[in-house]
Design a protein around this ligand. Structure first.
Ligand code: ATR
Length: 287
């Protein structure tokens, strides 16, 4: 790779960044597509996000991704945000348009891309496990497309608030409750889709699984997980064993990256290559 005066600089801000796969994914796509650009990890400590935005602007960095813990706290320091970012209250992509830093959110739409690639139609009730940032982004997109969203969470108050916010923004039916609530079964009967957005089952706790009885789902329901390490969580393995269709989190991770990469470059991303190489890397790390 040749770095010269025309090389455009992109990156990722977050803290800590030790295990992020984004630099690997974005750089391999730059190389494959012959784009003269680099993507660097920028570990930005909590409290330093406004300096990071100003620093990036001053240095002529063209854009960057944003991860934990800055996705929400960055918003006041940007010059504008997209409707998706506004609805989710979080930003995962910043693009400098001239001198203006504009925030976007590609998480929810990245998940929708995965569903589409797997031929899954959005309809009926969508059960979302968790009520954090990822649940908000995904729930918003599903609700926009007409699904009745039901958020089940360890902390019921968060799920109730998220349901109220979702219904207010999209005008669609949305519910939130404890995942131990007896009312869950009323919704599960009509569920077409179940999505885990909690970290339960993520490496290294790969033997854990959210407390949800998959047997209560209809046989043609789809089970998705946004965890991508491991690519096939225990929840997905159990769903497969029950004959349910599954969608793994690697697709969502790649697709949110693809959407960002295409905004950064204005070109079509080599999506399949990005996904194949990432899967290879994850499987290599497992052994
Ligand atoms: P993200 O932005 O990735 O969605 P988050 O905002 O921290 O992350 O949200 C994480 C979600 O996973 C929350 O719904 C959280 O439940 P609480 O609201 O009760 O905290 C859920 N979660 C995290 N760890 C969990 C665990 N061990 N068991 C059950 N739920 C968990």
């Amino acid at each position: 790779m040749q770095i010269d005066q025309d090389t455009r600089v992109f990156g990722l801000i977050g803290y800590p960044l030790d295990h992020s796969l984004s630099p690997f994914m974005h750089n391999l796509a730059f190389q494959a597509a012959g784009v003269n650009a680099v993507y660097l990890p920028f570990p930005v400590k909590p409290g330093r996000v406004s300096s990071a935005v100003e620093g990036a602007r001053a240095l002529g960095i063209r854009g960057f991704n944003v991860t934990i813990p800055h996705k929400e706290t960055i918003i006041p320091y940007l010059d504008g945000i997209s409707p998706e970012a506004e609805a989710c209250g979080s930003v995962n992509t910043v693009l400098f348009e001239g001198d203006r830093a504009i925030g976007y959110n590609t998480d929810g739409i990245g998940f929708m891309d995965s569903l589409e690639q797997e031929g899954v139609e959005v309809q009926g009730v969508a059960i979302i496990l968790g009520a954090g940032g990822a649940a908000r982004a995904i729930g918003y997109q599903l609700s926009l497309r007409g699904a009745i969203t039901v958020f089940l969470n360890r902390t019921p108050e968060r799920a109730e608030k998220l349901a109220r916010d979702t219904a207010r923004i999209t005008g669609r039916e949305s519910w939130g409750m404890s995942w131990e609530s007896g009312r869950v079964l009323d919704f599960v009967r009509d569920a077409a889709l179940l999505i885990n957005t909690t970290p339960v089952g993520m490496y290294p706790d790969i033997d854990r699984q959210p407390p949800f009885d998959l047997k209560s789902l209809k046989p043609n329901s789809v089970v998705a997980d946004i965890i991508y390490n491991p690519p096939k969580t225990r929840l997905l393995r159990e769903a497969e064993a029950l004959g349910l269709k599954t969608v793994n989190g690697l697709g969502m991770f790649v697709n949110q990256g693809v959407r960002s990469w295409e905004m950064f470059t204005g070109r079509e991303a080599p999506r399949k290559l990005m996904e194949d190489k990432l899967r290879g890397l994850l499987l290599e790390n497992e052994t």
